[in-house]
Design a protein. Structure first.
Length: 541
C-alpha cells in the first residue's frame, strides 16, 4: 500500500539578506504530487510533525550547510507540546538546533495560547530559532506576537502597498529584537519597497523560485542610494549576518578540512560547544596552509581542530557595524580577515559577519554623506535631516525640529562683505555642532538657514548655546532667530508635515526683535515666545 510520503517532494526557497545579497537560509516547502497533505497536516498534528522531520532529512541529503527554515502550524505545537522527533532528527543528520528556524504558521484561531507559548519556550531551550509566519495576512493576535518574541517576523509582499503599516511592524520588530522578512517578492519595485520599509530579509520569485536543489546563486536588484537611510550610529550588524559553518568543539582537523574543501565559499569554521557557544575560530587560509605542509596531514588530521584555531571574536546581535570594526581592530593584524561571530543573548552563534561587507557598506554611506555636505560648513543638507525625521516618526519617537537663521543676513553681507558673512555662517555651524549631543542632528540647508533635530529635553541648552552668544560680522552686531516645532508620536505623518508646521513658527520668530525663539506643537494652534519681544510665557493665536 502506498503511503502519502511516497508522492511527497520538497522544494527549497532562499531567504535573502537584502544588505549583503547573500542567502541567509533555506525554507523547505512541502510539494505533494497528489492529494493535499498540507490540509491534512493542518488537521492532524502528527502528520505536520512528520512533515517537519522529513523536511530536515531531505535537506541533509542535499548536503546544504545553510540554516534551514521548517514550517509548522501553530496548532501542532500547542497540541504536541513541542517537537521532540524534530530535535532528534536534527541531531541525527549532524545539524545543530540553532541552525534551524521553526516557521510557525497560521491559523492561530482556537489555538490554546498558553500551550503554544510553553511549546515555543521548550523549542528555544533546545536551541531552535522561532519565526512568526503569516503576520499581517493571518490571524495572529498582536499580544500573542509580542509574547512569542520571535527571532523573525514574516510579512506577505502584498502588505507593502500599506507602507506605514509595514514601518510600524519594523518598529515592533526592533522592540522585540526580531528581524523583518518580506515573503512573496516578485518585482524590483516590491524589493525597493521592502528596503524602504526597513526589511532586512526577503524571499520570493524575484530572487530565486522554489527548486528541488538549493539555489547556488540568487538575483538581488542593485540597492539605490536612497532606498533606505543609514542610522547615525551606523548600520546594525543584523544587516550583514551570513550563515556560519559550525562544527562541534570536538571535531577533528580532518573533519574541518573536509568541510572547507567541499565548500569553497566558506571562509572559516566556528567550533561550538553543546550549547552553540563559539569556543574556537578556524580561519580557512591559515588552517589549510598548516594542513598542506610536508607533514601537515599526518600531524594534524586526527588531532582536535581546536589546536589549529584561535579564540573567537564575537559581537552581540544588537551591535553596530562600527562596534564590529572596534572588535576587529583589537588583536593580531593577521586576523583582520577573520569572520566575527554574532551571538544571541545566550552566547549562541546565530551567524558571522565578514569585514569586507562592513567596510563596503560603511564606505558607501560615507561617500553618500560626503556628497550631501554643504561646502561652506561641511554639515549635511536637508535630505539627511528629513530622512532622520521620517525614521523617528516611523519609530514612534517624540522629537523637536528647529529652524535657525541670521536676522537680516542680506544686510550683513552688504555691509560687512561676503567673506565676513561666510565666516559668520561657519561660526554658527560650529557652535551648533559643539552644542549637539546624543541623537541631535544638525544640517545646513543653504545660505544662513540651519535645521536642527533633537530630543525635546535637549532644547534649552541647545538654544542657549547659540542665542546667548554676542554674534558679530565685520564688527556689526548680529542676532539669530530660532523656531521649533515639538512633534509627539502620531502628531505628524512625515517630514513634509513637520516642515509645514514649522513654517508659520519661522515667520513668527522673524517678526520679533533681537535674538528670538518661538516654540509650537504639531497639531495644536498657537505658539510660545521663549526669546525676543514679549513675555517668556506669552502665547500667540
Amino acid at each position: 500500500m502506498h503511503s502519502w510520503t511516497d508522492t511527497l517532494r520538497f522544494a527549497f526557497q532562499p531567504v535573502v539578506n537584502l544588505t549583503t545579497g547573500g542567502v541567509a537560509g533555506l525554507e523547505i516547502l512541502a510539494r505533494p504530487e497528489t492529494g493535499d497533505v498540507l490540509a491534512e497536516a493542518r488537521r492532524d498534528p502528527e502528520i505536520d510533525g512528520r512533515l517537519a522531520v522529513l523536511a530536515v532529512r531531505t535537506a541533509a541529503r542535499r548536503e546544504t550547510l545553510l540554516p534551514l527554515h521548517v514550517n509548522v502550524f501553530a496548532g501542532t505545537l500547542a497540541d504536541l507540546g513541542g517537537l521532540t522527533p524534530l530535535h532528534d532528527a536534527v541531531r541525527a543528520v549532524g545539524r545543530l538546533p540553532w541552525e534551524v528556524t521553526i516557521d510557525i504558521g497560521p491559523p492561530y484561531t482556537h489555538v490554546p495560547q498558553q500551550a503554544l507559548l510553553e511549546a515555543v519556550a521548550g523549542l528555544r531551550e533546545q536551541g531552535f530559532r522561532i519565526s512568526a509566519d503569516g503576520v499581517g495576512d493571518g490571524d495572529v493576535p498582536l499580544r500573542l506576537l509580542i509574547d512569542l518574541a520571535p527571532d523573525l517576523v514574516k510579512l506577505d509582499a502584498s502588505l507593502l502597498a500599506r507602507s506605514p503599516a509595514v514601518r510600524a511592524m519594523r518598529t515592533l520588530c526592533d522592540e522585540i529584537g526580531a528581524l523583518l522578512v518580506v515573503e512573496g517578492v516578485e518585482t524590483e519595485l516590491q524589493c525597493a519597497a521592502a528596503l524602504s520599509a526597513g526589511a532586512q530579509l526577503a524571499q520570493g520569485e524575484l530572487f530565486a523560485p522554489p527548486s528541488r536543489l538549493p539555489a547556488a546563486d540568487v538575483y538581488v536588484p542593485p540597492r539605490s542610494a536612497d532606498a533606505v537611510g543609514t542610522p547615525r550610529s551606523g548600520p546594525s550588524v543584523r544587516e550583514f549576518v551570513r550563515p556560519a559553518a559550525l562544527l562541534p568543539a570536538t571535531a577533528s582537523a580532518g573533519q574541518v578540512r573536509a568541510l572547507l574543501t567541499g565548500s569553497p565559499d566558506v571562509s572559516g569554521v566556528l567550533l561550538v560547544d553543546r550549547d552553540g557557544v563559539p569556543v574556537r575560530s578556524v580561519h580557512r587560509s591559515r588552517f589549510l596552509l598548516s594542513m598542506s605542509g610536508r607533514y601537515g596531514h599526518a600531524l594534524y588530521a586526527d588531532r582536535p581542530a581546536a589546536k589549529l584555531g584561535d579564540p573567537p571574536r564575537t559581537v552581540g546581535v544588537d551591535a553596530t557595524a562600527w562596534e564590529v570594526l572596534d572588535v576587529v581592530a583589537v588583536g593580531d593584524r593577521d586576523r583582520t580577515s577573520d569572520d566575527v561571530a554574532v551571538v544571541d543573548r545566550y552566547g549562541r552563534c546565530v551567524g558571522v559577519v565578514r569585514l569586507a561587507d562592513l567596510v563596503r557598506a560603511l564606505a558607501e554611506s560615507r561617500v553618500e554623506e560626503a556628497a550631501g555636505l554643504n561646502p561652506l560648513t561641511r554639515l549635511p543638507g536637508s535630505d539627511a535631516i528629513t530622512g532622520e525625521v521620517d525614521r523617528r516618526i516611523a519609530d514612534g519617537r517624540a522629537f523637536a525640529l528647529s529652524w535657525l537663521d541670521v536676522d537680516h543676513f542680506k544686510q550683513v553681507n552688504d555691509g560687512a562683505g561676503f567673506a565676513a558673512g561666510d565666516e559668520l555662517i561657519r561660526s554658527v555651524g560650529r557652535a551648533l555642532q559643539h552644542a549637539a549631543s546624543g541623537s541631535t542632528r544638525v544640517g545646513h540647508i543653504g545660505g544662513d538657514d540651519f535645521l536642527v533635530l533633537a530630543d525635546p529635553e535637549g532644547l534649552d541648552p541647545l538654544a542657549a548655546s547659540v542665542l546667548d552668544v554676542p554674534w558679530a560680522a565685520g564688527g556689526r552686531p548680529v542676532t539669530l532667530s530660532l523656531a521649533t516645532v515639538l512633534c509627539m508620536p502620531g502628531s505628524v505623518t512625515d517630514h513634509r508635515e513637520a516642515a509645514a508646521c514649522l513654517a508659520p513658527l519661522k515667520q513668527a520668530a522673524k517678526a520679533l526683535d533681537g535674538a528670538s525663539w518661538v516654540l509650537g506643537r504639531a497639531g495644536l494652534a498657537g505658539h510660545e515666545v521663549r526669546r525676543g519681544s514679549g513675555a517668556a510665557t506669552a502665547r500667540a493665536g
